[in-house]
Design a protein around this ligand. Structure first.
Ligand code: SF4
Length: 324
């Protein structure tokens, strides 16, 4: 495995903080949408490995979790960066892009009015300013005027070995003139410390496997960009490594399937419990889980689409080769 850390020289080092995920906007949508068949995503895989009961609460019971202001900021910044790549290259400047934070927030608040409750009015100016700073930090790590992504913010669903359904949402896919692929994921938190580095790499490998099975090409580079401290983690997977990783995913899905069939999702207390939104229902904290609702719909092998809205291969050309 080859990976390396890159740090922006213009960002001062500060103390680390837990990784922040963007909002699950589907959960905020008040419209009733049909339940999709179960599939494995990096987040749910991590949940099951951390605590099977947490996986059940999130993937089977689908219990809601309150949105947070940091997660809303993550969604906002992702939206601003996506819109930036939709504009002509000469407009992709730090100054102009930072001015788009306010309008993007207004649009998000229209789409999801509950988000307005997350930030007190008195704090809104400072909160938007912090989002602008994250956007500016992006420009210390990449020059978006030098390339056009093949796609931004798109979902992939694909079956891998054994018919295991995988689902992921990729922030960006780049295609170099020589055919190399690069997968990019933005994080609005700080780079993880050693204890959480493995989790970050797990997500990268998961996306690498999906692209490999979708396109038949091992991505030349996977890149995690941490906007809070201007760090990036770059990773160049080997084909044999992805095949080995796929075996692990198959084994994990088999364990999840057994738990689904038996309803046995034991709690596994750890330091992550302090972040768990479901302590009140957890036996480890004196709670009682709701009755097991039964096995949720699972896709029959062979019926998972190769990709939901992933781009067709080879349609856009990035202007730079990847710095590996
Ligand atoms: S509180 Fe801890 S043990 Fe209980 S469900 Fe949450 S993560 Fe699992």
């Amino acid at each position: 495995m080859t990976y390396r850390w890159v740090m922006s020289t213009s960002i001062a080092a500060e103390s680390p903080a837990p990784e922040v995920e963007a909002l699950d906007t589907a959960a905020l949508d008040t419209a009733v949408v049909p339940r999709r068949p179960l599939a494995l995503s990096p987040s749910r895989a991590s949940d099951f490995k951390t605590c099977p009961l947490l996986y059940r609460f999130r993937a089977v019971d689908r219990l809601s979790e309150p949105p947070s202001a940091p997660a809303a900021r993550g969604t906002l910044v992702h939206s601003v960066l996506e819109q930036m790549f939709g504009r002509p290259a000469e407009q992709r400047t730090p100054e102009f892009t930072a001015t788009q934070v306010g309008p993007a927030w207004e649009q998000l608040a229209v789409d999801f009015p509950d988000l307005l409750d997350l930030v007190p009015a008195a704090d809104m100016t400072a909160w938007l300013s912090s989002a602008q700073q994250l956007v500016r930090t992006y420009f210390t790590l990449e020059d978006p005027r030098r390339f056009d992504p093949e796609a931004c913010e798109f979902a992939v669903e694909i079956e891998v070995a054994g018919g295991v359904p995988l689902r992921g949402f990729l922030d960006r896919l780049d295609l170099a003139p020589n055919g190399q692929l690069r997968v990019v994921d933005y994080k609005t938190g700080r780079a993880p410390g050693p204890d959480f580095e493995a989790r970050a790499l797990y997500q990268l490998k998961f996306y690498a496997l999906m692209i490999y099975r979708l396109r038949g090409i091992v991505p030349a580079q996977l890149k995690l960009i941490y906007l809070a401290d201007g760090m990036s983690l770059q990773y160049a997977p080997a084909e044999s490594e992805l095949v080995s990783f796929e075996n692990g995913v198959v084994a994990l899905w088999a364990a999840i399937t057994r738990a689904l069939d038996t309803g046995d999702f034991p709690p596994r207390p750890s330091g992550m419990c302090q972040y768990c939104a479901h302590q009140a229902l957890c036996p480890e904290f004196g709670g009682t889980p709701p009755p097991y609702p039964g096995v949720p719909p699972r896709a029959d092998p062979g019926t998972t689409p190769g990709a939901t809205d992933a781009p067709a291969p080879g349609t856009v050309t990035a202007e730079v080769a990847f710095d590996l």
